[in-house]
Design a protein around this ligand. Structure first.
Ligand code: ME8
Length: 513
């Protein structure tokens, strides 16, 4: 059996979840649901990154203990994931004992590698990024490039990881394999490699809120070493568990902002620890709104909670997954409403309505077995049959938007098939006496069967994207998608059991102004 392990980043709890977090998590969920559907042993991990100065400071600002504060914000992430129908298998928090235990084991392995040493670190430190910067990376006035706040000159004794020793191996990995996706990000990382890797410090003395380093009470883990290890600690790495051996290595889905950590630091540390490196790191692009960067200070935000309350989880999931994954893209309310009305209400919703009402009217709701075939059927059936390869390819390549494109080709082909075959005329003609009437009846049966069958396939393929709407669709078709032990069999054209009774239900996507 194939296995699929997918992770989202673990998100900082220094603020409530925002749309960027929702975006990555929806994508990971869509992939996880697709792999479960096809029968892969699937594990989907998300969680929260709870250590570091920023988080301690945020708790202070709210007048809460850091424990209460992190509990409260982690609960907000969980609430949003339930609102968005996120089917994670595990949610890890870096403050949990199981994580700390695993991170300490990882730390011991790093120490044992011989690639950790003690040195003095001096550099420009941004407390908001929890990162050191080279002088050349700072903006005029020694401002950090991300938050544009003054960086501090910090000197302290730290543990260092000899990243430079992994230059050749990383270069080989990234040049010769599909480890970093998509291609734009691979090139970006190669650019970083070309400048030569430098060792980095993996402990902090001036940070209090973190995992204490054994034998060095005034020092904690560098937050990124702590955070990255979540991908294995959640699999009970601490106890060398079956879960770890079954699912590691996995696939990391991240935003383009954190690729250096995932594509360089993390694999190098894993190599040092003697553990397998990830299968792939896929970096998606950044969302802007109305052409501007998302920012709480300017108020240019998309609130995931409000958006989901207004539209429901599935349309939100659909719209975000429709955007070119891997590229930057711009959100506008207009585009959202347009996609909802055009793709969901007009195209898919309407196809279901037309089909269900015709089966009701012409066959009292009992889907007929196909009768007479004509060349026009082949056009539809070919599109439906072609979908399987297209969707598989898209999903294997982390391209949910391409899967959507292919699925909607079938939706439009089916709508066009209704217009081309004019079932209402066949219904009239079948009342005629003799051969002509019989032929029209056999044609009508084929047309309606093919429409129902197309909808069944559409329901299968949209179920990772819009799980609730897919269920609504299959309920109306009078079937379930639950007994899908044989993925290839279930999606063969012709799988709809003729003679089944459809059950007209509520409009799937009510049109909105
Ligand atoms: O970086 N568009 O957490 P974080 C799209 N804790 N995605 C966006 C986005 C935008 N405008 N803004 C943020 C951290 N994201 C670390 C990760 S992992 C071991 C530790 C998404 O809360 C995107 O997935 O800052 C990005 O990688 C993530 O939010 C950063 O979340």
């Amino acid at each position: 059996m194939t296995k699929f392990y997918v992770t989202s980043p673990i998100y900082y709890v220094n603020d409530v979840p925002h749309i960027g977090h929702a975006y990555t998590t929806i994508a990971a969920d869509t992939l996880a649901r697709y792999h479960r559907l096809k029968g892969d042993a699937t594990y989907f991990l998300t969680g929260t990154d709870e250590h570091g100065q920023n988080i301690a400071r945020a708790a202070d600002r709210h007048g809460e203990t850091v424990e209460d504060y992190t509990d409260r914000i982690a609960a907000k992430f969980k609430a949003l994931w339930s609102q968005l129908d996120i089917s994670y298998d595990d949610f890890i928090r870096t403050t949990e004992p199981r994580h700390i235990e695993g991170a300490l084991k990882f730390w011991e392995k790093l120490l044992a590698s011989g690639d950790v040493y003690r040195d003095t670190y001096a550099g420009w430190y941004c407390q908001f990024c929890e990162a050191f910067y080279d002088e050349s990376e700072l903006l005029p006035g020694n401002l950090d490039p991300v938050h544009k706040r003054p960086a501090e000159w910090v000197e302290e004794s730290n543990y260092f990881f000899r990243l430079s020793a992994y230059q050749t191996r990383l270069q080989h990995l990234i040049e010769n394999t599909g480890f970093v996706q998509p291609e734009t990000r691979r090139r970006e990382i190669l650019g970083v490699l070309r400048q030569g890797l430098r060792d980095f410090s993996i402990s902090r003395q001036h940070v209090r809120w973190g995992i204490p380093i054994p034998g060095s009470p005034d020092e904690v883990f560098y937050v990124w070493v702590d955070a990255l290890s979540n991908y294995i600690t959640a699999l009970d790495y601490a106890h060398d568990s079956e879960l770890y051996h079954k699912f590691w290595p996995g696939n990391h889905l991240v935003g383009k902002d954190i690729i250096r950590f995932h594509c360089l630091y993390w694999p190098a540390m894993l190599m040092a620890a003697g553990e397998p490196i990830p299968e792939q790191v896929f970096a998606h692009g950044y969302i802007t709104k109305d052409g501007e960067k998302l920012s709480k200070t300017t108020g240019n935000i998309i609130d995931p909670v409000a958006l989901t309350e207004e539209w429901g989880a599935d349309p939100v999931r659909y719209f975000f997954m429709k955007q070119p994954f891997g590229s930057d893209w711009n959100y506008t309310d207009e585009a959202f409403i347009r996609a909802y009305n055009a793709d969901l209400a007009d195209q898919l919703g309407n196809l279901l309505n037309r089909t269900v009402s015709m089966v009701m009217r012409y066959y009292a709701g009992q889907v007929p077995a196909p009768g007479l075939e004509e060349p026009v059927d082949t056009v539809l059936v070919d599109v439906a049959r072609g979908l399987r390869l297209q969707v598989d390819h898209a999903m294997e390549h982390f391209a949910p938007h391409e899967a959507i494109g292919a699925i909607w080709e079938l939706v439009s082909a089916a709508n066009k098939y209704v217009d081309d075959t004019e079932p209402w005329n066949l219904a009239k003609a079948r009342k005629e006496a003799g051969e002509a009437g019989k032929q029209a009846d056999a044609r009508l049966a084929t047309v309606l069967y093919n429409l129902v069958e197309s909808l069944r396939l559409i329901a299968i393929y949209i179920s990772p994207l819009m799980p609730t709407k897919a269920r609504g669709l299959t309920e109306q078709l009078g079937i379930t998608l639950d007994n899908h032990d044989d993925w290839e069999h279930m999606r063969q054209f012709g799988g709809y059991p003729a003679g089944s009774q459809i059950k007209p239900g509520a409009v799937l996507f009510p049109k909105k102004d």
